[in-house]
Write a protein that binds this ligand. Sequence first.
Ligand code: ADP
Ligand code: 5GP
Length: 223
Amino acid sequence: MAGPGLLLVLSAPSGAGKTTLAHRFRAREPDARFSVSATTRAPRGAERDGVDYHFVSPARFDELVAAGALAEWAEVHGNRYGTTKATVEEALRAGQVALFDIDVQGGEQIRAHWPSRTVTVFILPPTLAELERRLRGRSTDSGEAIARRLAAARAEIARGLGGYDYVIVNDQLDRALAQLEAVVAHERARLAGRADPEPAAVAAALRRSRFDAAGWDGAGPIG
Ligand code: ADP
Ligand code: 5GP
């Protein structure tokens, strides 16, 4: 169903399951598309150029920045990542849900550029110990990269819980997916000027302002 385009920003500490969730969401929403970012990092596992990322050299990334072609960019874990303005504008024109799998600083910049069209969703792991298990289970990163991602997790969580619109705890994947779908249904209905009571009620319960950070199990130490 085409309608008003929605910029759906998904952020999470690395390993929380955001990519898994985003792909499951996309599989159920033919109208959704991924925003493909440019990055200077090397491809990982089965990642493909132009599908998962546009893999570019540091010099090419410099050119994109100098040309003003990026809506936002950030350095994450020692590599640079950025979203082109053209990607966002095309998604808005097409009236689709554009999924942004980007970090919190990038998500905040997208929202600052397109405030009425952006919804920001922060994905949390059930606990930090489970985050570490998922990172190790994914077995695509070196021990050193995992340690770096875990060290960054607390700061990313603090930022996400500080300013994002919604918080979803990815404990059971099916439940997290249903929650994400309710948020999107609610936000799309809102943009289209329709009332949609059922997703609205689910979405309201997921507002960050309703999230009990003190009661979240992940508040404990890592490991
Ligand atoms: P991210 O994109 O946030 O870095 P991934 O989607 O790559 O994370 O997920 C990290 C690992 O955790 C993957 O091996 C994935 O299969 C697993 N995972 C994702 N969601 C869940 C879940 N709800 N329960 C258990 N494992 C999960
Ligand atoms: P990964 O290397 O695991 O694919 O991504 C590392 C981090 O970079 C993740 O938090 C991811 O969301 C973020 N990221 C990916 N693309 C972009 C982007 O275009 N902009 C920003 N700001 N962050 C991004």
